[in-house]
Write a protein that binds this ligand. Structure first.
Ligand SMILES: *Cc1c(COP(=O)(O)O)cnc(C)c1O
Length: 420
């Protein structure tokens, strides 16, 4: 099946007389006929037994996303943050380190640089434009993973997946890619050597601003049996001595994430959230095409006006990341554009406040056009000097183009710029 078809049909094929739409299994638990059947599940959960880590409605969505990414399995989480956390903790323990691109989402940056550090896991940041030799220099004997974002939020750098995968694999560690902005419609990181993909499903996958969620997808391609990952190759005492790599083979990573970490942390989505996410996924392929088409027109408009200092949108031929975008995102680079307004912070705020159609909100990648001024919101604790050091221009606006008619979006921009 092609992506448009998978969006509608993957994950669930109703049998004779079954509902066309997969129902919401609003139940915390599942009943069995014998104590032995329940006991067997505690040795090796193969069917849902408790909705802290498995639920039939969530399962359908997991299968659909795994299919779209081309993976062997997926696990939904209660947020994108929970997906990043579990993806790392499934590989790293206290005393380990991992490498991350420095150009990543602010929430992920906090998690990696502050909270994981308190747990004894060190994140070593590297410039996404580093050479293979520079990336290699960041490796230590205790390095267990490499992390990057296909299209970084909000900097819109394009991550060179093949380059990072090559160095990661040379060091026998997997590459994790946050594919939130690209979605599997615009980029399939597994095709370029990534081993694990995560998403904040809160963004385009849901697309309608209805649920906060995340997902981890396993390619099944990474070999965890080289000796670097004893948690995969030695018995897990909390499951009567199961050895994940032996029992689950190519699905070892994603099964371990559920059986150990989701069981213990419980950051699992509600069935109702998964149902809403599935509605978004049904139209993901058609929506992504239209976001890209609208955003390219808006980015070109921004380029033409004399009140905008600079426009970051990798699909534009003039963009610094255009060549990488052509390789990894040939069909478009999502609906998100970063602009800096001439005249600094004051004019950026004026431009945002003057918009009438675009929603001013802490959100991005929605069906409705929305904007955020990072300097006065997500990065407000920083001075202008600190902002520039962090790569966030005080006059930067993150402009997330929605699915309104593009002429209306541009007219709204025009009337607001006219007021500056
Ligand atoms: C929003 C976002 C996250 C975090 O996701 P939540 O669902 O808000 O927890 C992670 N990565 C990227 C790229 C994001 O845009």
């Amino acid at each position: 099946m092609k992506d448009e078809t998978k969006c509608l049909h993957a994950g669930y094929t109703p049998k004779n007389g079954e509902p066309r739409v997969f129902p919401i299994y609003q139940s915390t638990t599942y009943t069995f006929e014998t104590s032995k059947q329940i006991g067997d599940l505690f040795d090796m959960p193969t069917a849902p037994m408790y909705s802290r880590f498995a639920n039939p409605t969530v399962d359908v969505v997991e299968k659909k996303i795994a299919d779209l990414e081309g993976g062997v399995g997926a696990m939904c989480t209660s947020s994108g943050q929970a997906a990043s956390l579990i993806a790392i903790l499934n590989l790293c323990s206290a005393g380990d380190s991992f490498i991350s691109s420095a150009s990543i989402y602010g929430g992920t940056l906090n998690l990696f640089s502050v909270t994981l550090k308190k747990l004894g896991i060190e994140c070593i940041f590297v410039d996404p434009d580093s050479s293979e030799e520079e990336i290699q220099k960041a490796f230590r004997p205790n390095t267990k993973a490499v992390f990057g974002e296909t299209l970084a939020n909000p900097a819109l750098t394009v991550f060179d997946i093949e380059k990072f995968a090559k160095v990661a694999h040379k060091n026998q560690v997997p590459l994790i890619v946050d594919n939130t902005f690209a979605t599997p419609i615009l980029c399939k990181p597994f095709d370029f050597g990534a081993d694990i993909v995560i998403h904040s499903t809160t963004k385009y996958m849901d697309g309608h601003a209805l649920q906060v969620g995340g997902v981890i997808v396993d390619s099944g391609n990474f070999d965890y049996t080289t000796g670097k990952f004893p948690d995969f190759t030695e018995p897990d005492e909390s499951y009567h001595g199961i050895v994940y790599s032996k029992v689950f083979g190519r699905q070892a990573y994603i099964v371990k994430a559920r059986m150990q970490l989701m069981r213990d942390f419980g950051a699992f989505p509600a069935a109702n959230s998964a149902f809403l996410l599935n509605l978004g996924l049904e139209t993901l392929a058609v929506r992504m095409k239209q976001y890209c088409e609208n955003a390219l027109a808006v980015a070109k408009y921004f380029q033409k006006t004399d009140k905008i200092e600079s426009v970051s949108y990798p699909a534009l031929p003039e963009d610094k990341y255009h060549a990488l975008a052509q390789k990894y995102l040939p069909d478009g680079t999502s609906g998100v554009i970063s602009i800096t307004v001439k005249g600094g912070r004051a004019n950026a705020e004026k431009f945002m406040d003057g918009l009438k159609l675009a929603s001013k909100e802490v959100h991005v990648a929605d069906i409705r056009t929305c904007v955020l001024h990072p300097a006065s919101a997500t990065h407000r604790q920083l001075t202008d000097e600190q902002l520039i050091a962090a790569g966030v221009n005080p006059a930067m606006i993150r402009f997330s183009v929605g699915l309104e008619n593009v002429e209306d979006i541009i007219a709204d921009i025009e009337q607001s710029l006219d007021q500056i």
